[in-house]
Ligand binder design. Structure first.
Ligand code: FES
Length: 603
């Protein structure tokens, strides 16, 4: 941004050095001609509630005035909903009421009328069996809360893994102007002088504890040192991936996604977003104008460049489906093959999100890979991605590498096919042991998660490091909710021998903070009779990542004989939301959305 560029300042855009967005002083911050032009042609949606002259209008206004509002707030001001996923059960989002206050400041400054409302929140660290079981419920809550209320625009406050896609999906389905303000990642964890990252270092030190290489006391110290501040997980896990991709989609102000939660600029950006949403209402700039095929392809490209969470694939497919955009898994692989992995952040790299932000964050990544992006995609700033990142810079080329010096010449995630996964499977190749990228091994099968927990550390388990660990019944219906069980623990007898990775396959997901040679999202899943259901102990399995293959080396006749004899498991729920979920959830390659929530042209 050029200093003194009034247009840029008006839109709340940031400079490449990530300075706080600037604004003009006073209530006339935004362009009043926008208001006039809008009013000549259109009426604010909220005026159908507050602008009425009849008794219904009086009721709508009178009851809102119970909160102490003056009658002037109902006079043709854009009503801005602040959709807050704050909850004390979602630690990652527990600071979002403070962020909401900053958004409100911005909305008032721009002449809008802010109203904060809660929805269900999804706390990754505590919800059982999986937050994924409830992502669609939250999306429905967001959608219905927006649709049923007198809102002209909405600011979405999110952070923890599923809260971001759920809000995007719900808002996309309503399609009124929307802007996202993520809560930001935590500060880096510190333990005995070492930097430790959410999740990623827990899995590492859990193995160290099981192998007897650290003490219970040290394990306890790590627990107290890893989450030092407000915010979501500070590796490139699902939360950081999804907020980063939200920026890549064009749904946040430029540079907003990766600001650490406690950083004062988080609040300045929230305020600027509050101002901007008022302007977006007058511009009638809606999610469908921003989340287009081009924007989705940009997000996939950024996902590959940052080594994003495997979960992003499911969420992007579901989001695209809300807007009638069909997103085949093959597109992810196509983009992965041409996109270098350049963000040196755990779990696939070395650094943490704080370092990534200081290095320039998503604007710097997008600038570096701009030759691979659709630079004409529109964003919430009212400008294109290309305009937004025009002056972005990288401040640490070790954290954000150049395309000429990538960490890996291809993207983080690739798609596998074969007789084990006719509709596809996913693996994060950048988090896998290079020695295992091509591997053939004997299956050690666990029929479900409970059995795996009971047997995996059994000294009598017939397993060695060349085996392939197989987990069944952990998919969308089988889990249910496709829990993050995919990073099966290395059997402790192998850990003690120094084994650090082995091939693991399942229809589960894995935490974005996890790593290892882990094949996930096998589709169709075992609980609906996918071929994974008939794998037996001792079968040979072949993984070939360079050629994108995952195969069961058993004859077709034998596979068909086993499939014919297969019986589905008993459904785990027969009532409530969970029954609705089981009746309508789609498979992993379709985004695990509900069939009736996708755009009608995809149903
Ligand atoms: Fe919320 Fe990791 S637990 S982002």
């Amino acid at each position: 941004m050029r200093h003194g560029d009034r247009e840029t300042q008006r839109r709340g855009e940031i400079s490449p050095c990530l300075k706080t967005p600037r604004l003009k002083r006073g209530p006339s911050w935004f362009d009043q001609t926008l208001t006039r032009k809008f009013m000549e042609k259109k009426r604010l949606r909220s005026q159908d509630w507050f602008g009425r002259k009849d008794e219904q209008g009086m009721i709508h206004r009178a009851w809102m005035r119970a909160e102490g509002f003056h009658e002037q707030v109902f006079q043709n001001k854009p009503v801005i909903g602040i959709c807050n996923s704050w909850s004390e059960l979602t630690n990652c989002n527990a600071h979002l009421r403070l962020v909401a206050e900053a958004v409100k400041r911005g909305v008032w400054q721009a002449g809008g009328f802010p109203l904060e409302f809660p929805t269900i929140s999804l706390g990754e660290a505590v919800m059982r069996p999986s937050t994924m079981l409830y992502r669609n419920l939250m999306a429905m809550d967001v959608e219905s809360s927006i649709r049923a209320n007198p809102l002209d625009g909405v600011v979405l406050l999110c952070g923890c893994d599923k809260t971001t896609p759920a809000q995007l999906m719900g808002a996309a389905s309503v399609n009124i102007p929307a802007i996202v303000v993520p809560g930001g990642p935590m500060l880096r964890g510190m333990w005995r002088g070492k930097e430790i990252g959410s999740g990623t270092d827990i899995w590492k030190y859990w193995d160290e504890l099981r192998a007897g290489r650290i003490s219970e006391e040290e394990w306890c110290e790590i627990e107290g040192s890893i989450s030092r501040s407000a915010g979501h997980c500070m590796v490139m896990g699902t939360a950081s991936t999804m907020t980063s991709l939200t920026e890549a989609l064009g749904m946040t102000l430029t540079g907003c996604a990766n600001i650490p939660a406690p950083d004062s600029r988080r609040y300045a950006f929230a305020e600027a977003s509050g101002r901007r949403i008022v302007e977006m209402v007058y511009e009638d700039l809606k999610p469908s104008d921003i989340i287009t095929q081009k924007a989705i392809e940009n997000a996939i490209t950024v996902d590959m460049a940052i080594g994003g969470s495997t979960n992003a694939i499911i969420h992007l497919i579901a989001l695209a489906g809300r807007l009638g955009i069909k997103l085949p898994l093959s597109l992810f692989d196509e983009i992965s093959r041409r996109t270098p992995f350049i963000a040196n952040v755990r779990p696939s790299g070395k650094y943490l999100m704080e370092d990534f932000f200081y290095a320039g964050g998503i604007p710097a990544v997008m600038k570096e890979i701009s030759s691979l992006l659709h630079l004409d995609a529109m964003t919430v700033t009212g400008k294109t991605i290309g305009e937004n990142i025009r002056n972005a810079r990288c401040y640490n080329s070790e954290v954000i590498r150049s395309m000429d010096n990538p960490l890996h010449r291809e993207g983080g995630t690739v798609i596998l096919y074969g007789n084990l996964a006719p509709h596809g499977a996913v693996i994060k190749q950048t988090a896998a042991d290079p020695k295992l990228l091509k591997h053939r091994g004997r299956a050690v099968v666990f029929e479900n998660y409970e059995e795996m927990r009971q047997r995996v550390d059994d000294p009598n388990l017939d397993v060695d490091e060349t085996c392939v660990l197989v987990l069944k019944n952990a998919g969308p219906k089988g889990g249910p909710g496709m829990p993050e069980w995919g990073q099966l623990p290395i059997p402790s007898k192998l850990l003690r021998k120094g084994v650090e990775d082995m091939v693991r396959i399942s229809d589960a997901r894995m935490s974005g903070t996890s790593y290892g040679t882990v094949v996930l999202h096998i589709s169709p899943e075992s609980a609906v009779g996918g071929p994974l259901a008939i794998v037996q102990n001792g079968d040979l399995i072949e993984l070939d990542i360079p050629n994108r293959k995952i195969n069961l080396l058993v004859s077709d006749e034998e596979i068909n004989r086993r499939l014919a004899a297969w019986k589905p498991p008993k459904p785990p729920y027969d009532r409530g939301y969970e029954k609705l979920y089981l009746d309508h959830v789609l498979q992993a390659h379709e985004g695990v959305d509900f069939d009736f929530l996708r755009a009608t042209n995809l149903q």
